[in-house]
Design a protein around this ligand. Structure first.
Ligand SMILES: [Zn+2]
Ligand SMILES: [Zn+2]
Length: 278
């Protein structure tokens, strides 16, 4: 599978010369299967650019998985051009027990946006999960509950021997209502090629923001190590984190993963592409 980051910022989009390298758009990851199926993780503002690309393509079909419905994970959806093309086919899914279309319809409607979701011309459906397992776009998806205010979901995506885990807006040091224990996240991430995890804070910042639903990088590094993942990708960068500050955070995270056999570590940036072969 091919993986592309279209937005790595958390909470609110940012712009300015201090945010050029990591980018300012909010959460959006594109995964393309070997057969060309397209899975999109979250519809933060990063999805806009993908929509422009898809608008120029003949095949406009995708599954969008929403981790949850905080603004930074849905805000790009109204500006996703394929929504307005009747030949587009979208499948939308999210956390367990949530009616995705109903929740999104409450945000995509006047007076918040001039077009209501049930008025867009594209074909929208909701796929059928088997418990917490879904086959979508030629990929096998598994789902887990996140520890976050208002709940959320993480996803493990597999194809052949390759695996990616997307766990954002997940506070590993505190169990929110509906969230799970640390060991359950370790089991879910076991042996993944790539773990994309919320690393919004430094350990020094975290105590002031405990309970806000996000992790500091040492907790994410511990999860990656205990789960034996190959690469940890830092994600959901704080809106105040400049490029230089993010470099420093990444360096500290790498220093914490310096034992033999520890995971590699990188910080996701907008535009970064990689291929997972398993
Ligand atoms: Zn978020
Ligand atoms: Zn959130």
């Amino acid at each position: 599978m091919k993986v592309r980051c279209l937005g790595a910022r958390g909470s609110i989009p940012v712009s300015g010369p201090q945010f050029v390298r990591y980018g300012g758009d909010t959460s959006c990851i594109e995964i393309v299967s070997q057969g060309g199926g397209r899975l999109i993780l979250d519809a933060g503002t990063g999805i806009r650019v993908l929509g422009c690309e898809m608008a120029a393509q003949s095949r406009r079909e995708a599954t969008i998985l929403f981790s949850h419905f905080h603004w930074d994970h849905i805000q790009g959806l109204p500006f996703f051009k394929p929504l307005y093309n009747p030949t587009t086919r979208l499948r939308l899914a999210g956390p367990r027990g949530v009616d995705v279309l109903r929740v999104l319809s409450r945000a995509l409607r006047p007076p918040f946006f001039p077009v209501a979701l049930d008025q867009v011309p594209c074909a929208i459906s909701t796929p059928q999960w088997q418990g917490d397992t879904l086959e979508a776009e030629g990929l096998l998806v598994r789902r887990i509950a996140c520890s976050h205010p208002n709940k959320g979901a993480g996803f493990r995506v597999e194809e052949g021997g390759a695996s990616l885990v997307y766990l954002t807006d997940n506070e590993l040091s505190l169990r929110h209502r509906g969230g799970l224990a640390f060991d359950e996240y370790v089991a879910f991430c076991q042996g993944a090629d790539l773990l994309i995890h919320d690393t919004e804070y430094t350990p020094e910042e975290y105590p002031q923001r405990r309970g806000w639903g996000h992790s500091h990088f040492l907790d994410a590094a511990r999860l990656a190590r205990e789960a034996g993942v190959k690469t940890l990708a830092l994600f959901h960068h704080n809106q105040e984190r400049t490029d230089d500050d993010q470099d420093a955070l990444l360096e500290r995270c790498r220093e914490s993963l310096a034992r033999p056999g520890d995971p590699q570590c990188l910080a996701l940036r907008q535009g970064l592409e990689m291929e997972l072969l398993g």
